[in-house]
Design a protein around this ligand. Sequence first.
Ligand code: MG
Length: 295
Amino acid sequence: MIALEETLIDLQPNNEFFIGIDSDGCAFDTMEIKHKKCFAPIFINHFNLQSVSKYATETWEFVNLYSRTRGTNRFAGLITTLDLLAKRDEVIMEKLQVPEFKSIRDWIARELKLGNPALKRAVDETNDSDLSRLYNWSFEVNESIGRIVRNIPPFSYVKKSLEQITNNADAIVISSANQESLNREWSENDLEQYVRFIAGQESGNKKDCFSQAAKGKYSPDKTLMVGDAPGDMAAAKANNALFFPIIPGEEEKSWELFYKEGLNKFFEGSYVGEYESQLKRRFLAHLPEHPPWQR
Ligand SMILES: [Mg+2]
């Protein structure tokens, strides 16, 4: 087991190559159960959306699982869901007024580490009832994930890929899930031995985490992000890094391709260009921009 460094900034290269790996929906098939059994139902309860629960659920799943915003931070995803929901005909017909939640929007706009510790501080400092509602939802989500989400193995070819990665690259986990569930999932499956650091939402957003871990330490063309969401691709792009997509619904096939082909191309320097472009095109084709109910 490699000792985890104190912070991402402290991480010093042991290899020429660097790989950031997302966790939820990428290494593990945890997205569906977390969103369908934890995030969405608790959202409906805390934000009083019982009368439109069918549409709230559908909207939550579109935003967080089945569209370009898949994998977004939970708080950002909540606001996007409320905004889309407020515009739905079914919700307007119910005469349900979705509040603006200005203090939540303001907190999301100013906070760089969008996680429960920062939210708890904001609640304590402001006594704001909407922030408090948000915190209670988020806290209960973590509690329910801890209670419900277990026994989920990594996708096949993840472990083999990690073994192969560590021959030539330093790997870290870069995720917007909470630290506690990440530590549990990676250690339960004996995967933490392959990574030098596990960065959850409390460490900052993915772009910043990638930058802190890799910038100035590796040549950008020798850095790669593996993820299942456009946000992972954006974090790679912001760091001039390459991106390998784990395509939602085709995760096993994607990891097999990574293990048998993509990773070697990355190490050989033939990944950049048409090979990467066609992977990105296929990935985006799987994630719509606009919800089906708006078409
Ligand atoms: Mg993900």
